[in-house]
Design a protein around this ligand. Structure first.
Ligand code: ZN
Length: 661
């Protein structure tokens, strides 16, 4: 990556000067220094549960896509992409037509559920729901075989709970009990919308809750599920049909989903399916009907009229602290992104990711990968055979940048006056597209996120990073930014972070080709586990909100990725600087370029969140809250103390540091 030096100010460098709180000593609380100016003055919009760097980029993209969709509804017919987007968006915005349709859009699903009188008819109803993408009891999809990553097999996994995690049914930590009570009341109100009396609705809700609690007890905990061995059991179809759950009609089920001949199947936990099949027999048919009806209503509410949409919103309010429903256009835009994302994304890419943006992002990716390769030679805890295998994994790591080379076709009809029908058509098409992957060669270029998405991911079975165009935007990434800023924010926070996922507690169990196989020597693995424990213990001490601490194990992979990403991209930046004929400006409005590097990372997490969402995330989300994504990382950075001249023993430069990568 060539750099044309220019004299610049702090604002031109990509750092937002007003987000800094210059009164705070960066050695005492770096997050408060980098983001204090922002967090002290920012207010969370009433239709959001957080506001910060990410949401500012999302907001900008939504404003832009809003005009794209508005224009599409008015465009002269002829361009198939615009026609489809226009029809979908117009149908979603037509609230009168949606109101008129009443509950007709979900009536076929309710009718299927009404036929349940025993285990056999219950299985038929579950099958009918799954064929429409309503995954009660369990879910099905494609998965690369963990033992042979060249193959795509069917994967069946636990599902069907209305609360965000099994813990909410079984524990009383923090707000869990209160949320549980709110959920049962919400279910009762849904049953009332369906026409039941208040008393009958309460009984129906209690039934549904009892069945969901039984499912929660059978479900695996998310921390357990971080171990790939715990969720991979290749039992094949024969195993399901003869041993694990013979009473469930798997033949009818797979035929109804359009994959009658599938034989290669993995399940998360064989015992779960034995117990689910038993539950269908032991539970009262009326209770099963109530559970399945609740599942249908939860899934469909947002496709229906105002009363249903408002009721669905009450739970989001409870869990996230959001005050108001976002305006209809914003909700319709998000639905369009979900259902037709690669059509909508084309306009986004044209407007926001043109010129040499892709080349620059690819260059940055290569530079960070190069630094990781160099770092592997310096890691004291790694023995040579493991080091060689790690280099191989890094060399084979692929990256998708910006947007897909080939756009998805969405070859199904969209009608201008049938929103629920469009949603159903899109859901069926996507389910069929996913299930069609089974038995076919792996497609390395199928994106798991749409181009405007402000996020990124690493897929361990593909050994691949994906960086959507939405993440490669200011304030994270800018063509004219100071290189230290691009390295700190996108290089460390995004590319280095995703790359490190290939070597975190989970990703490290997959080899260069994406197979679940131990490629580490025992002594090196033991040292890695000890280093990981340091990170687990460190973050377990942090509080998300008063009295609710982070789960060190749940967040271990993300914390390892944050720490490794920032450390590696810092080294990448130092290496890059020495290679430049003309190094970049090294003093910007009094800050050194090395300081800018850390400030850019810090500011990428400037974010204000409601206490409700902070708590829900602490219970369910593998990512730490923003302030700990910054300070938890900074205290472990070898370069930070020198960059900010922090005396040893200051809060941000303590004596003890955790270091994995
Ligand atoms: Zn991550």
């Amino acid at each position: 990556m060539q750099w044309t030096p220019a004299q610049m100010t702090l604002a031109q460098s990509g750092i937002v000067p007003t987000w800094i709180d210059p009164k705070v000593d960066p050695c005492t609380d770096f997050y408060a220094f980098a983001c204090g100016g922002f967090t002290k003055t920012a207010t969370i919009p009433p239709d959001r549960s957080s506001w910060g760097a990410i949401e500012i980029v999302v907001n900008d993209s939504e404003d832009f896509l809003h005009t794209v969709l508005d224009d599409a509804t008015k465009a002269k017919p002829g361009d198939p992409t615009i026609d489809k987007l226009g029809a979908y968006y117009a149908a979603c915005m037509d609230e009168a037509a949606i109101e008129n349709a009443g509950i007709a859009p979900m009536q076929p699903l309710l009718d299927a559920v009404a036929k349940v009188t025993d285990a056999k008819t219950a299985a038929a109803a579950v099958t009918a729901l799954h064929a429409e993408g309503v995954f009660a009891l369990f879910a099905i999809g494609p998965q690369q075989d963990f033992s042979d990553a060249t193959q795509v097999i069917a994967s069946i996994d636990q599902a069907g709970l209305g609360l965000p995690d099994r813990k909410y049914y079984l524990e009383d930590k923090g707000n869990m009990k209160k949320t549980r009570t709110a959920y049962v009341a919400h279910l009762a109100r849904l049953f009332q919308l369906l026409g039941q009396t208040e008393q009958a609705a309460k009984a129906s809700a209690a039934d549904a809750m009892r069945v969901e609690t039984a499912i929660a007890k059978l479900s695996q905990d998310e921390v357990v599920r971080r171990n790939p061995h715990a969720v991979y059991h290749r039992v094949e179809r024969a195993g399901l049909e003869t041993k694990i759950a013979p009473s469930f009609p798997w033949g009818d089920y797979l035929a109804a989903l359009g994959i009658p001949s599938v034989t290669a199947i993995t399940v998360n936990d064989p015992a779960y399916y034995t117990a689910i099949a038993a539950l269908l027999k032991s539970e009262k048919p009326a209770a099963l009907r109530n559970y399945l009806t609740a599942a249908v209503m939860r899934d469909q509410a947002d496709n229906l009229g105002k009363a249903w949409v408002d009721e669905a919103f009450t739970m989001r309010k409870e869990l996230t602290g959001v005050k108001e429903l976002p305006p209809r256009w914003r909700r319709c835009l998000r639905r369009a992104d979900g259902d037709l994302g690669e059509l909508l994304g084309q306009s986004y890419v044209k407007a926001r990711f043109g010129g040499d943006a892709k080349t620059r992002a690819v260059d940055l990716t290569k530079t960070v990968l190069g630094a990781m390769r160099a770092e592997l030679d310096n890691l004291p805890w790694m023995d040579d055979p493991t080091r060689a295998a790690a280099k191989q994994k890094l060399d084979k790591m692929a990256y998708l940048v910006g947007f897909p080379d080939k756009w998805r076709k969405y070859d199904f009809a969209i009608k201008r006056a049938d929103f629920a029908g469009n949603v159903r058509a899109a859901g069926r098409w996507e389910l069929a597209r996913q299930l069609a992957k089974i038995g076919k060669p792996v497609d390395r270029f199928d994106w798991g996120m749409t181009p405007p998405t402000v996020n990124a991911y690493y897929d361990p079975t593909l050994n691949e990073i994906a960086l959507p165009a939405g993440q490669l935007q200011p304030p994270f990434f800018g063509a004219t930014f100071h290189p230290a800023v691009n390295f700190g924010s996108t290089g460390g926070g995004t590319i280095g972070h995703e790359m490190t996922h290939g070597f975190d507690d989970e990703g490290s169990q997959f080899d260069a080709d994406g197979n679940l196989r131990e490629w580490w020597s025992k002594p090196t693995r033991d040292k890695f586990t000890a280093a990981t424990k340091c990170v687990i213990d460190q973050y377990a001490k942090y509080e998300a909100v008063p009295k609710v601490k982070l789960d060190g194990k749940l967040t271990a992979g993300e914390n390892i990725a944050d720490n490794g990403g920032v450390k590696l991209a810092y080294q990448a930046y130092q290496m890059w600087k020495t290679q430049q004929k003309t190094p970049p400006q090294q003093l910007i409005d009094g800050y050194t370029d090395d300081q800018l590097y850390f400030m850019a990372y810090g500011q990428s997490w400037c974010d204000k969140m409601t206490p409700e969402v902070l708590e829900t995330r602490a219970h369910t989300n593998p990512h730490s809250p923003p302030m700990w994504r910054v300070n938890g990382v900074i205290v472990n950075q070898p370069g930070f103390g020198a960059a900010f001249k922090c005396a040893a023993g200051t809060p941000m430069n303590p004596g003890k540091q955790c270091s994995v990568w």
